[in-house]
Write a protein that binds this ligand. Structure first.
Ligand SMILES: Cc1cc2nc3c(=O)[nH]c(=O)nc-3n(C[C@H](O)[C@H](O)[C@H](O)COP(=O)(O)OP(=O)(O)OC[C@H]3O[C@@H](n4cnc5c(N)ncnc54)[C@H](O)[C@@H]3O)c2cc1C
Length: 336
């Protein structure tokens, strides 16, 4: 039986936090046409209709949407847990519109986000306690007025969004698994599973569908598993392995900037900024350091400090995780 195999590219797009009407998304898809029925093909029973590689926000949202549409799917995720790094925080209208369809997720985000007046401004300053060069409200009426879109933009850390998405997935029958599957080569992957610690390392398309090899390491032991599916969807982020494995290149410039991200909490700093100069982003310029402080939640005092570095003069390894945060926080909080 002939099988048609297509490689199709979803157009991904990314937006920076400075604009309010685009969203980030990058997915690449390797597809076996389902019109070529698999009736009678060996292994049909062990094949999933859809296998998703990557349990970031795109993979998790996709799992919920597919399940709602009655499409069976499962997810492979290379990390052994979900990141606690806050990462993204600004959610635009279009993403919120998608979230609105996910059992009230948009409302839940709006309920749990910090009050808008604490994050609508970008502050430009010489230090967090020094001179304010400018304080600009970058939000626009259309971000909130529910005329262009039925939902407002939001400010909500990615790890909190991930938590809500996982809760929804569990609610619709998904299981997050991080054990098992070490003792068999060819595994039947049940639908509605998120398998942590499974890194997609190769993809093979045959007449019978797509076979994905995942590498797992547990208790120092390394093993490989093969999974079979009709459709494979790569939602494995900006450096997508799936994209590379199916030979899709990237256009445009790479490595536009290198940043060290320092995640820290400080109730005192949160309280101070809330009282004196509330904002979402603080662009700090002084003679010793430059950087951007992302206030994920002033009330909880949760921050990410982003400091640019410039290879080859500077390397990632030059930044010690013990000293660097304190040094920069010193440079950024002293009065300049
Ligand atoms: C500091 C920071 C701040 C940001 N701020 C914003 C913001 O305010 N607003 C905004 O819109 N965006 C922001 N972004 C970007 C946003 O975080 C990403 O665009 C978003 O996470 C992309 O989601 P994703 O699901 O496509 O990919 P990812 O979140 O990258 O998820 C991909 C997943 O795939 C897994 N994976 C990778 N390779 C494999 C493999 N071979 N096998 C199995 N699993 C694999 C990874 O472990 C990961 O869990 C920010 C990013 C960072 C780092």
């Amino acid at each position: 039986m002939a099988a048609l195999r297509l490689t199709r590219r979803f157009h991904g797009f990314y937006r920076t936090r400075l604009h309010s009407n685009a969203v980030l998304c990058s997915s690449y898809n390797l597809r076996r046409d389902s019109s070529t029925s698999s009736d009678g093909i060996d292994g049909r029973d062990s094949r999933l209709p859809v296998l998703i590689v990557g349990a970031g926000p795109v993979g998790l949202v996709l799992s919920i949407l597919l399940t709602k549409l009655g499409v069976k799917c499962a997810v492979l995720e290379k990390s052994c847990g979900f990141s606690r790094h806050p990462q993204a925080h600004f959610i635009n209208n279009r993403s919120m519109e998608v979230f609105r369809k996910l059992n009230g997720l948009a409302d839940e985000i709006l309920r749990h986000q910090p009050p808008v007046d604490l994050w609508r401004k970008f502050v430009y300053c010489t230090s967090l306690t020094g001179q304010v060069l400018g304080s600009v409200d970058h939000m626009q009426p259309k971000d909130f007025d529910k005329i262009v879109s039925p939902v407002s933009v939001a400010h909500f850390s990615q790890y909190k969004l991930t938590r809500l998405l996982i809760e929804q997935l569990k609610h619709i029958g998904f299981h997050v698994k991080s054990d098992g599957l070490l003792n068999s080569d060819d595994v039947k992957l049940a639908e509605q599973q998120i398998l942590l610690g499974h890194e997609c390392t190769s993809i093979n398309t045959t007449e019978n569908g797509v076979t994905v090899t995942a590498s797992i390491t547990r208790a120092g032991k390394r093993a490989e598993k093969k999974f079979h599916c009709d459709f494979l969807i790569g939602t494995d982020g900006a450096s997508s392995t799936v994209r590379k494995l199916v030979g899709i290149g990237m256009s445009g410039e790479h490595d536009l900037q290198k940043l060290i991200s320092i995640h820290f909490t400080s109730q005192d700093l949160g309280q101070y900024l809330m009282n004196e100069r509330p904002g979402m982003l603080f662009f700090i310029f002084n003679t010793e350091a430059i950087g951007v402080l992302v206030a994920h939640d002033l009330m909880q005092g949760e921050f990410v400090l982003q400091v640019p570095f410039y290879p080859p003069q500077q390397r990632f390894d030059d930044f010690s995780s013990r000293v660097t945060p304190y040094l920069y926080i010193h440079f950024f909080t002293r009065i300049a």
